[in-house]
Ligand binder design. Structure first.
Ligand code: F6R
Length: 612
C-alpha cells in the first residue's frame, strides 16, 4: 500500500512525470497524495486529500519547472487521511523531504531518543519522525545521513528522499517494501512497481532489502547500511503489456473484469492444452510434477480471495491427488510455528505478487528450506521473483480493487495442477484426465450463459440492497465460495456479510436469523452435500430468514423454499466453484451500484496490500 514515484534527469517537467507514475500506482491507495520538488533552491510541496484528480488540479495551477521530484499516494496506516498526514513530509526547516511506504515500528522510541518535540511535528504519521531524525544526522551528505539513521529503524520501508542542498540526487532505501529504479538515458525513475515506469524505460533495477541507493541523472550507486558498494543488476523487462487499459462499454472495471472471466479460463486452457503449439505453461507444470515427487505435504498460503482459492485447492488436492494439504492465511502462518521442512511444498497465491504478508510467508518458508511455488497474476512482481517457480494466471491487469478474474484464474490453474498430479499418480487415468479437461473447456460457455442473464440478479439486488446483514452459506467446495461471496459484498457495498459453513450455522450464527437477515445459499444439485444443504435451508426458512438461492437450472424442487433464486447452468459438483462465484460477484456488484458506492475504489481498501 502507498505508492512511491520519483524522477531525476534532464527534463524539467519532473512533476508531471512523477504524477503520471503515481497514476499507475493509484491501485495501491487513494486517500491522499503529494509531490515534493526542488525549485529555486527550495523544497516545494504540493498535497491533496482524496484521489489523484485532486492533486492534478493543484499541480496544474502551479506550473513549476524542475528536474527532480518525488511523489506519493497514500493508504493510511498511522494517522487518518488528511492533508497533514499526506506525504511528502519535511523536517522543520524544509531542507529534506521524504516519502515512505511501509510501517516504522519503533518510531515512538526514536522520537524519544532524538528528543523530537511535539511542536516540531505536524502529522500523526510514523514517517515524519524519520525525516526529523535524518535532519539531525545531516552533515551535508544525505546519503550517509540516511544510512546512519537506518541502522536504528525497525520495520518495513521503501523511502525516497530529496534535499534542497543536493538537487542532483534522490536517495532511496528499502527493507521489506518494494521499490524499483528505472534506468533511462540521462534520466532515472523510481516507482513502487515495475509496470508504473515501463512507459519510460524497460531497464529496471529491483532494490533488495538493505539497499540504500543514490540516484543521479547519469549514475546510480547502491550501498549497504555499512557503506559497502553493492552490485547492481539491470534487468530488461520484456513481454509486459503496457497498453492503457480502458473500461470500454462497461461502467466499472469490476464489471468488465467479471465479463472477462470466460476468456481468462479459455486462455489458460488454450495455453495448457495445446502444449505442442504453445509451450507457455510446459516448464511450470514440469517443475511442479518434478518437485512434488519428494513432497510429503503441501501448504497453501494467501490472503483474501487468494486464500479462498487455496481453501478450494486443499479439498481438491486431498480428494483427487491424495496429498495432505494445509491452507493458511499468510499473516497467521508466519507467526505460528508450522511444521515445515525440505519435503514441504509451499504454494503462495497472490494476484499482485506484492502482498506483504504473503511475501513474508514465502521468505519464512524458504528459510525453513521448503520448496516454493507461486501462483501469481503480475509478471515481475516480488513474489514471482522470489519463489522457486511461478505460474502466471495471465488474466491481464486486474484494476477493480475487488478481485474477480484473478480469483477465477487462480482456481483454473489450481484445478489443472491437481488433475495433472492425480493423473501422474495414477489416481485418474488418461481417459478420465481428458474427460475432465473437456468439462473444464465447457465452463466458459456456462459462465457466458450466466452473464447473458444478469437481469434476474439485478432485480434481486434492487430488492435487497437496503438490507443490513447477509449470511452466505455453503458446504464442502462451495464453503470457500460462501466466504468469497461475503467478502465481495463487504468490499463493494459496505454491507455486513459473513461467510459460513452451512452445517456450522446451527452452532451459533442461527441466533441472528430473523426476517431482516438475507441468507444466500449455494446448493449444487449433484453434490454429495446437496441433501444436507436443503436441511440447512429449511432451518433458515423456519426462522423467517430471507433466502437467496444459487442452484442449477431446472432445479425447481427447492424454488418454493427460497425467496429469490439465481439459476446457474448444470455442472459437475467438483467444478461448481468456478461458476457459482459468478452470480455472487454480480450480486455484490449490483447492490454496490444501487447503493452508489465507489465500485472500483472502495473506501479504506487498496489493490495491493504492501504493509503487514
Ligand atoms: C478481495 C481482494 C483482497 C485480495 C487480498 C490478497 O476482493 O481483492 O482480499 O484478495 O488482498 O491480494 P493478492 O492476491 O494480491 O495477494
Amino acid at each position: 500500500m502507498c505508492g512511491i514515484s520519483g524522477y531525476i534527469g534532464e527534463k524539467n517537467n519532473s512533476i508531471k512525470i512523477v504524477f503520471n507514475i503515481l497514476k499507475k500506482l493509484e491501485y495501491r491507495g487513494y486517500d491522499s497524495s503529494g509531490i515534493a520538488t526542488i525549485f529555486n533552491k527550495k523544497i516545494l510541496i504540493k498535497k491533496s486529500i482524496g484521489k489523484l484528480v485532486n492533486l492534478k488540479k493543484i499541480i496544474l495551477k502551479h506550473q513549476i519547472g524542475s528536474n527532480i521530484s518525488i511523489g506519493h499516494i497514500r493508504w493510511a496506516t498511522h494517522g487518518k487521511p488528511s492533508r497533514n498526514n499526506a506525504h511528502p513530509h519535511t523536517d522543520a526547516t524544509k531542507n529534506i523531504a521524504i516519502v515512505h511506504n511501509g510501517v516504522i515500528e519503533n518510531y515512538i522510541e526514536l522520537k524519544k531518543k532524538y528528543c523530537i518535540n511535539d511542536e516540531e511535528i505536524v502529522s500523526d504519521t510514523d514517517t515524519e519522525i524519520i525525516v526529523h531524525i535524518i535532519k539531525k544526522n545531516y552533515k551535508n551528505d544525505l546519503f550517509s545521513a540516511v544510512r546512519n539513521v537506518l541502522r536504528e529503524v525497525k520495520g518495513s520501508y521503501a523511502f525516497a528522499l530529496i534535499c534542497k542542498n543536493e538537487p542532483d540526487r534522490i536517495i532511496c532505501a528499502v527493507n521489506e517494501s518494494p521499490l524499483v529504479i528505472g534506468v533511462g538515458d540521462k534520466e532515472n525513475f523510481i516507482a513502487s512497481d515495475v509496470s508504473a515506469i515501463l512507459k519510460y524505460t524497460k531497464k529496471i533495477v529491483f532494490l533488495k532489502n538493505g539497499d540504500v541507493a543514490e540516484i543521479k541523472k547519469n549514475n546510480i550507486i547502491i550501498r549497504d547500511i555499512e557503506n559497502n558498494i553493492k552490485n547492481m543488476q539491470i534487468k530488461t523487462i520484456k513481454d509486459e503489456n503496457c497498453s492503457y487499459i480502458r473500461k470500454n462499454k462497461y461502467k466499472h472495471f469490476m464489471l468488465k473484469e467479471i465479463f472477462e472471466q470466460p476468456y481468462v479460463i479459455k486462455n489458460i486452457l488454450k495455453d495448457v492444452i495445446c502444449l505442442n503449439k504453445n509451450k507457455n505453461y510446459e516448464n511450470e507444470f514440469k517443475f511442479f510434477k518434478n518437485i512434488i515427487k519428494n513432497i510429503s505435504y503441501i501448504y497453501i498460503i494467501g490472503c483474501g480471495s487468494s486464500y479462498h482459492s487455496g481453501l478450494i485447492a486443499k479439498l481438491l488436492f486431498e480428494n483427487f491427488a491424495n496429498i495432505r494439504t494445509e491452507v493458511d492465511i499468510a499473516s497467521e502462518f508466519r507467526y505460528r510455528n508450522p511444521i515445515l521442512n525440505e519435503n514441504t511444498l509451499v504454494i503462495v497465491i497472490s494476484q499482485s505478487g506484492e502482498t506483504a504478508d504473503t511475501l513474508a510467508a514465502l521468505r519464512f518458508a524458504k528459510n525453513k528450506k521448503c520448496k516454493t511455488f507461486a501462483i501469481c497474476n503480475v509478471m515481475n512482481s516480488s513474489l514471482s521473483r522470489e519463489a522457486d517457480k511461478t505460474i502466471f494466471t495471465k488474466c491481464g491487469q486486474e484494476i477493480g480493487v475487488a478481485s474477480t478474474k484473478a480469483f477465477i484464474g487462480q482456481l483454473v490453474i489450481l484445478y489443472l495442477l491437481v488433475f495433472e498430479l492425480s493423473n501422474k499418480k495414477g489416481i485418474i487415468n488418461n481417459h478420465e484426465f481428458k474427460k475432465i479437461i473437456v468439462e473444464l473447456l465447457d465452463v466458459p460457455k456456462k459462465i457466458f450463459k450466466i452473464l447473458k442473464n444478469t437481469k434476474s440478479i439485478i432485480n434481486i439486488a434492487e430488492k435487497i440492497k437496503g438490507k443490513k446483514n447477509f449470511l452466505y452459506l455453503g458446504r464442502n467446495l462451495n464453503y470457500p465460495i460462501a466466504l468469497e461471496g461475503a467478502l465481495k459484498l463487504k468490499e463493494i457495498s459496505y454491507i455486513h456479510a459473513e461467510g459460513y459453513a452451512a452445517g456450522e450455522m446451527k452452532h451459533g450464527p442461527i441466533a441472528l436469523v430473523d426476517k431482516s437477515m438475507i441468507v444466500v445459499f449455494i446448493a449444487i444439485k449433484k453434490s454429495k452435500v446437496y441433501k444436507k444443504i436443503i436441511s440447512n435451508i429449511e432451518e433458515i426458512k423456519a426462522r423467517n430468514g430471507t433466502i437467496v438461492l444459487i442452484t442449477n437450472e431446472k432445479n425447481i424442487e427447492i424454488k418454493n423454499k427460497s425467496d429469490y433464486v439465481i439459476y446457474i447452468p448444470k455442472i459437475n459438483d467438483y467444478l461448481s466453484p468456478i461458476i457459482s462465484i459468478v452470480p455472487l460477484q454480480l450480486l455484490a456488484y449490483y447492490i454496490g451500484v444501487f447503493k452508489k458506492c465507489d465500485i472500483d475504489h472502495p473506501r479504506n481498501l487498496a489493490k495491493s496490500v504492501t504493509v503487514e
